[in-house]
Design a protein around this ligand. Structure first.
Ligand SMILES: [Zn+2]
Length: 83
């Protein structure tokens, strides 16, 4: 979807890019949706900011990290590298 701008599930809809995905935080705050890699209370809030591509027809959604290299290198003890 990111490259093709076509939906791989239905191949019908328009693809929309969502750059900032809001997520409700504590005390009525709104944060960016993140992929967290730590279970610790304070550091669990640190994570990679996500963006998304959404199909207007079927709703299929793909999420992408905006900063994958930085997040994975900073949390190398939490992830497994396949290649
Ligand atoms: Zn679709």
């Amino acid at each position: 979807m990111k490259e093709s701008k076509k939906c791989p599930k239905c191949n019908k809809g328009s693809v929309y890019f969502i750059n900032n995905i809001p997520e409700m935080g504590d005390y009525m705050t709104v944060n960016e949706l993140k992929l967290g890699l730590k279970k610790e209370f304070w550091f669990g809030r640190d994570g990679g900011v996500l963006c998304a591509y959404v199909c207007s027809e079927c709703g299929y959604t793909e999420f992408y990290l905006k900063n994958p290299k930085e997040l994975l290198e900073a949390n190398s003890d939490q992830v497994k590298k396949w290649s």
